[in-house]
Design a protein around this ligand. Structure first.
Ligand SMILES: [Zn+2]
Length: 223
């Protein structure tokens, strides 16, 4: 997951600097502006005058994530002050007016929601909402029109949370789970707070190292 912090300048329209009461929910949005980038949407929030809008995160069509507001502060995304005071808002860019997210956007959304659910002890099946669920606004459009697709997002977040924090390692045919994580396609193990690419560990121990993508398993075999 690749998050770039580009915090908005404090201003009354998009970053009031009010302390968030708690993070109890996550609200998902579409930017409703096909083909625009996360950065252009971030800059739009930064330059707003005369109306109120913002979100904590914007996810680009290419999957990169821009954080506009710290999750300790209120963003104006839910159209409801009670929700704004107790939720994190995520805006997703989209290629066209159907509002369906690209695969890269979706993958980042799953990772980001998983990270937030773990950090704030949220239940992905209960605490992730569409903007529509708050105010009946047609947002995020594709997932309002296709509620089953939104259920799939929540289920994927739950799956992702299960797999976060450990990786599958098979040594000479025997599977075990080890403390670690996957970042940018590389499997790392955690050893005494050091993050070490598991390939380096295997190779330095003299194993032949391979990767089985169907089961997301690192394989160590005797040479
Ligand atoms: Zn919205």
């Amino acid at each position: 997951m690749n998050i770039t912090e580009k915090f908005l300048e404090k201003n009354i329209y998009s970053r009031p600097g009010t302390k968030l009461k708690a993070v109890e929910k996550i609200v998902i949005h579409w930017v409703a502006n096909p083909g625009t980038s996360a950065m252009s949407n971030r800059n739009y929030f930064n330059n707003l005058r005369g109306r109120y809008a913002s979100a904590h995160y914007v996810i680009d069509i290419n999957g990169s994530i821009i954080q506009c507001i710290p999750t300790t502060e209120v963003a104006y995304h839910a159209g409801n002050s009670e929700w704004n005071n107790s939720s994190v808002g995520i805006e997703c860019c989209h290629p066209d007016w159907t509002g369906q997210f690209s695969k890269a956007t979706m993958d980042s959304l799953i990772e980001l929601c998983s990270y937030l659910c773990q950090t704030y002890k949220l239940d992905p099946l209960k605490n992730i909402y569409r903007h529509y669920d708050v105010t009946k606004k047609d947002c995020p459009k594709f997932y309002v029109e296709n509620p089953e697709e939104f259920k799939k997002i929540k289920a994927r977040v739950k799956d992702q949370m299960k797999s976060d924090g450990e990786i599958n390692l098979k040594i000479n045919g025997k599977l075990r789970k080890v403390k670690g994580f996957i970042k940018d396609g590389i499997n790392y193990v955690k050893i005494n707070n050091y993050d070490i690419p598991i390939r380096d560990v295997g190779e330095s121990l003299g194993f032949q190292v391979s990767w089985e993508s169907s089961t997301k398993t690192v394989i160590f075999d005797d040479k």
